[in-house]
Design a protein around this ligand. Structure first.
Ligand code: NAD
Length: 459
């Protein structure tokens, strides 16, 4: 038996016991996890600095705070999430009682990416534990310091038959994917998402896929331009643009185009002195991003690059004007500090464009017009929408987070995360003796035929 298979079997046995555990034990695990995070803040900061040159400020906000908010939300609401959901009996079910139980799925696999390596491992892990599962976590091989810290964390907080971290690359992930997990939660690229789904289909494991894509951002002629420029600059260049839900490209109304571009360039320049700006994960991605800029410029785009010293694997914010659909920046997810912009004159154009592309993870709309906001909400499809801000939806503890179509499926965070790792088990409790259903048992006499007709007509 391979090492993983052995751990899997131990976890499977333990998961049967976890089913009947009460809420106090689960809450205690969440408490221990929260304490570990609070106590190891400087170690987390150090790991993120070594892996990504992420400043302590960004690590505290976008890695540690988000994880703490998730664990606190789960701890606070666990009791009510675990409670059976009573369902009102319709007239035809008189005398019965019905409820949905939220039982743990069992043994779950979590595969996480490198861009927010702490937070994106912790989010699903917290939901899995809150829902009463055991889990195996495979963090990204591109952030070895954080992955090793995650391993220590899981060893400190959980027994091996509840939580286990498998460090390593795609090969290790492939080995894990062969095991018959009860649920697989994958965060990463659409290409690997397909591999995960294919593997899950062999055992009919349920899956949550948190994928990426190109999140459009629209600034209409009624928007507050300064406010929009500030918020977009923050959302785009946070983590040097290596954020799955970052604004990927902008559509700007032609009436406000010049004014907005001036503000955007000013904010992009002022916001990021080097010390607060995250590095690019590795040389391969640096070259990929540089290649995207070169390709756009060769095909006629105008480049604005924030000037200043950007050393140590960092890449300055780049804005590209005059872009079009032939350029790589408009055909591929950027996942870096490059922001292509397009001009539009009519909102129909924008809606048609978005609807002709794969459904995005997020859509950002900057506008004062309620009518236009309604149109965007109704006429486009995306995992989530933010009106007059960017990226903030991720840390909202009560909002479901996730994609649709090619940006993924299944939801995470808060109760939705808990539900992703739970089986909603419906229970119907019937009385003994006479029941309304018995009135319809065969043989079908004339009276029964009449009752069936009444049922079809009125209930
Ligand atoms: P990735 O898909 O390359 O890797 C993610 C994980 O999958 C890693 O742990 C990796 O080791 C593993 N993996 C890689 N190849 C594999 C294979 N062949 N079989 C099984 N596992 C494999 O993604 P990444 O480069 O780490 O992250 C970037 C992508 O993730 C972007 O597309 C981004 O939009 C997306 N993302 C989505 C979210 C979200 O919440 N929706 C969050 C962050 C990142």
């Amino acid at each position: 038996m391979s090492g993983f298979k052995e751990v899997f079997e131990q976890q499977r046995k333990r998961s049967l016991l976890l089913r009947s555990e009460g809420y106090r034990q689960r809450r205690q695990r969440l408490r221990d996890l929260e304490r570990w995070i609070v106590d190891h803040r400087s170690a987390i900061n150090e790991a993120l600095w070594n892996d990504l040159r992420k400043s302590p400020q960004e690590t505290n906000l976008a890695e540690i705070y988000t994880a703490l908010a998730e664990v606190r939300e789960a701890r606070k609401n666990l009791k009510s999430w675990m409670e059976p959901e009573h369902i009102h009996a319709p007239f035809t079910y008189l005398g019965t009682s019905g409820f949905n139980l939220h039982e743990p799925k069992g043994v779950c696999l979590i595969i996480s990416p490198w861009n927010y390596p702490f937070n994106l491992a912790l989010g699903p892990l917290i939901s899995a534990v809150a829902a009463g599962n055991s889990f195996m976590l495979k963090p990204s091989e591109l952030t070895p310091n954080t992955s090793s810290l995650l391993k220590h964390m899981v060893e400190d907080v959980f027994e091996k038959d509840i939580g286990f971290v498998a460090e390593g690359d795609a090969k290790i992930a492939q080995e894990l994917l062969e095991l018959p997990f009860d649920h697989m939660f994958f965060t990463g690229s659409p290409t690997v998402g397909m591999i995960v789904m294919e593997a899950a289909s062999k055992n009919l494991s349920s899956v949550t896929l948190e994928l990426g894509g190109k999140s459009p951002t629209i600034i209409d002629e009624t928007a507050d331009l300064k406010d929009a420029a500030q918020k977009i600059s923050w959302g785009k260049w946070l983590n040097a643009g290596q954020t799955c839900l970052a604004p990927d490209y902008l559509f700007i109304h032609e009436k406000v185009y010049s004014k907005f571009m001036t503000l955007l360039k000013t904010h992009a320049s002022e916001r990021y002195p080097e010390e607060f700006y995250t590095g690019i994960i590795n040389e391969k991605h640096h070259l990929r991003l540089r290649g995207m800029v070169e390709n756009a410029v060769e095909l006629g785009a105008e480049k604005f690059e924030v000037s200043g010293e950007f050393s140590d694997r960092k890449m300055a914010p780049v804005i590209l004007e005059n872009t079009d659909d032939k350029m790589l920046v408009m055909t591929e997810e950027i996942f870096g500090p490059i922001l292509p912009v397009l001009k539009y004159s009519d909102l129909n154009q924008v809606i048609d464009y978005i609807n002709s592309k794969p459904k995005p993870l997020s859509l950002y709309y900057f506008s004062r017009s309620n009518k236009n906001q309604e149109r965007i909400l109704k006429e486009t499809s995306s995992g989530n929408v933010v009106i007059n801000d960017s990226v903030l939806q991720f840390a909202h503890p009560g909002l479901a987070f996730g994609g649709v179509g090619q940006s993924g499926f299944g939801k995470s965070h808060g109760k939705d995360g808990f539900m992703a790792f739970s089986n909603k088990k419906a229970v119907l409790r019937q009385r003994i003796g006479f029941t309304s259903a018995k009135l319809l048992y065969p043989p079908y006499t004339q009276l029964k035929n009449r009752l069936i007709n009444i049922l079809l007509k009125y209930f």
